[in-house]
Design a protein around this ligand. Sequence first.
Ligand code: ZN
Length: 147
Amino acid sequence: MAEPEPKPEVEAEPQPQPELEPDPISVRYEMNAQSRFFLCRFCGNHVVTMDNCIVGVEGTDVNGIICRNPVNVEHDDTMSRSFLNRLPAVNVRCNACNKYIGEKFVGLTPPCPRVMEGSYLLHTDRMLYWNGTQLRYAPGAYDDRTP
Ligand SMILES: [Zn+2]
């Protein structure tokens, strides 16, 4: 005998809808001459501004950007230790296309620099970059604005 379908909850009376939080996918940066930011290469989702980038990383495993406060991403709960000298990290995904685009560092212990805790490593081969005039393949954490 088949399992009965769970019945959807039906409200007897329509409830007033609370104000919804803005859809996280809707976070968009201005694409203008002064803005510099990274996008998901797979779907064009906006991910992080250059101002939130701390440093670029180039290694044999991965080329990436250490950054803070990315938008439109979510991370797995499962810890992995794949990159950057096997530091503890969780996988980070674009929340629009669900593609894996980097890691978030969690549970770091000394001698790791404290600035690393809670920061993100986003892979440049999974990013696009808005350079003020056009989208390009991500060059790394290199701010090309003239000061
Ligand atoms: Zn995406």
